[in-house]
Write a protein that binds this ligand. Structure first.
Ligand code: ATP
Ligand code: MG
Length: 566
């Protein structure tokens, strides 16, 4: 994150003040806590930029903590890819860590500790076991406007609670039969404060711990414990957790009473939570559950399908880490929910690739042009790799008597202001020469099969000897040396701005049936050795990334009317 004023948001000011007030013990510590139940998406990237970015800005550390407290749907495959994607975005976790890897934590490594803390709450009369059914529990909890009713178990003595809590852990009860609740305030206007559940029974195997546990802590209990015990100073999350903050503070207060808060340089570290607005993007869905559905039902080719809003999908699409970070920076940190236009992200991608991508020529909808007066073998054309960056050097491309051009660059009966190839009209063939079309040959169905013409032998390099002006310049691929390639043209995955407008069960009806078009074209010879991940500008066409040898994914088109407002 740079020093510009746009990054001087409320979170930054909040941390600045705490640093000035000496609350951090000399080190700002943040964390990014993804649940390993899917791949991270652009929304997570935003949180990554905030969590790691703030730590970087204040010379502190950011922990990567896999929040694996919910045993279902978590896996090591997800965990490994989360790490890979964060690194790719350009961030590195640091700090002590709870195992061999510095800065890396698994929340599940704290299960023993969390259980002990729960026992201590029971001992102190601050938690109790409750066996209301889910429906009863909701009914007792009530509505914000009216105090709730106490559970019949609320006044049970600690010894009995402890026995039941142990029996819960030992597998004596079925899922949902009992739970552990905090004893807080059944009359609080904040219903999250009305004796919330801390532990529940779930007879499910955990991806790391197997069947060691059949009771699992709730997020609202686990998260503040993780933050506090890791020595986190500033815990940033999305707005929906704002109403949970009193509970977060309640847990931290209890840890404080138990003497469990860490001390750094003589300062007791008391973690605090603040919330910022989620990143929402139009024309896509972001919830991992829905993304998983797209994958498992085969609507896309996997989590890294270039149409997916996942970080790995964007990587395969050819987006750069820098552009994604720039986008997150421009969206900014705010307290107000809003929707961002994917065009802003595309604009950031274009801005960066314009500066860095090597220029190449590719013809995606080829039609052959025969130069009838071409004599001798091929000649070499020399073109810059990047006109904006001299250090990128030049490349040489053979040019012979037959070339491919894009069908759209030819009109048999040209419209007004069509300055490209047309009978009787001159056009510049990029870097090579001036060409005058004399006519075309058609197939049985009336499609142009071959275009004919002559080149001005005095124009090698592209300019006329007599200095006459040539209005149009088009790109081409030499037939003899060009290479066939597959090119995937991507469009938005959904046709609707908000695919969830009719609810999550209806979003599939807004899938864009034309979001992927595969074409076969020709590319200049140097692209035969392009390696996966290499990015190019196909001149006059767009930005592309090599997916595998001779297969290219379109990252973004060359132009768009979109302009960012700030
Ligand atoms: P989803 O609802 O998409 O499945 P999640 O919030 O359940 O996401 P987690 O793995 O729990 O995903 O999130 C890890 C962190 O990323 C959390 O701190 C969360 O607040 C943040 N995060 C998730 N989605 C967004 C978003 N759209 N914008 C900003 N931050 C986000
Ligand atoms: Mg989650």
């Amino acid at each position: 994150m740079n020093e510009s004023d746009t990054s001087r948001h409320f979170l930054r000011q909040w941390i600045e003040k705490d640093v000035a007030d000496g609350k951090t013990g000399g080190k700002v510590v943040t964390r990014f806590p993804p649940e390993p139940n899917g791949y991270i998406h652009i929304g997570h990237a935003k949180a990554v930029c905030v969590d790691f970015g703030m730590a970087e800005l204040f010379g502190g550390e950011c922990h990567l903590r896999l929040d694996d407290t919910n045993p279902t749907k978590e896996s090591d495959e997800y965990a490994a890819n989360i790490k890979k994607d964060i690194n790719w975005l350009g961030f590195k976790w640091s700090g002590e860590g709870d195992g061999k890897e510095p800065g890396f934590y698994n929340a599940s490594n704290m299960f023993d500790k969390m259980y002990e803390i729960a026992e201590e709450l029971i001992r102190r009369g601050q938690a109790y076991c409750c066996n209301l059914t889910q429906d009863e529990w909701k009914e007792y909890r009530g509505v914000p406007e009216k105090p709730g009713r106490p559970s019949p178990s609320r006044e049970t003595d600690p010894e009995r609670n402890m026995r039941i809590f142990h029996e819960m852990r030992d597998g004596k009860y079925a899922d949902g039969e009992w739970c552990l609740r905090a004893k807080i305030d059944m009359a609080s206007p904040n219903i999250h404060f009305r004796d919330p559940v801390l532990y529940r029974i779930r007879h499910v195997s955990h991806y790391h711990l197997g069947d060691k546990w059949c009771v699992y802590p709730m997020y609202d209990f686990a998260h503040p414990i993780e933050d506090a015990l890791e020595g986190v100073t500033h815990s940033m999350c999305t707005l929906e957790f704002e109403v949970h903050r009193p509970l977060y503070d309640w847990v931290v207060d209890r840890l404080d009473e138990m003497g469990l808060l860490p001390v750094r340089n003589g300062v007791k570290i008391r973690t605090q939570q603040r919330e910022f607005a989620r990143l929402n993007i139009t024309y896509t869905v972001m919830s991992k559950r829905l993304l998983l559905q797209l994958v498992t039902e085969g609507h896309v080719d996997g989590w890294d399908d270039p149409r997916m809003p996942t970080v790995c999908g964007m990587r395969r699409r050819g987006y750069t880490p820098g552009a994604i970070r720039e986008f997150c920076e421009r969206v900014g940190v705010s307290k107000v929910e809003s929707e961002s236009d994917p065009a802003l992200l595309e604009w950031c991608v274009r801005e960066e690739l314009n500066k860095t991508a090597l220029r190449r020529m590719a013809v995606l909808d080829p039609v052959k042009v025969v130069i009838d007066n071409w004599q001798g073998g091929p000649r070499d054309v020399e073109l810059p790799n990047n006109p904006l960056d001299e250090s990128a050097g030049v490349r040489r491309i053979p040019f012979g008597g037959e070339i491919w051009i894009d069908r759209a660059d030819f009109m048999e009966t040209p419209e007004k202001k069509f300055f490209r190839m047309a009978p009787g009209q001159e056009v510049r063939l990029r870097g090579a020469c001036i060409f005058k079309c004399t006519g075309c040959v058609k197939d049985e169905s009336g499609n142009v099969a071959e275009i004919h013409g002559v080149w001005d032998v005095g124009s090698w390099g592209g300019n006329a000897a007599d200095g006459r002006k040539i209005k149009g310049t088009i790109h081409w691929v030499d037939c003899a040396s060009g290479v066939a390639a597959e090119v995937r043209l991507y469009d938005r995955l959904f046709t609707e701005k908000d695919p969830l407008k009719d609810g999550p069960s209806e979003f599939l009806k807004y899938l864009n049936g034309d979001s992927l078009k595969v074409v076969r074209g020709y590319v200049e010879p140097s692209l035969a050795s392009a390696a996966p991940g290499e990015r190019f500008q196909f001149e006059r066409t767009g930005y592309f990334v090599c997916d595998r040898p001779l297969v290219f994914n379109r990252t973004v088109t060359l132009k768009d009317s979109y302009k960012p407002t700030a």
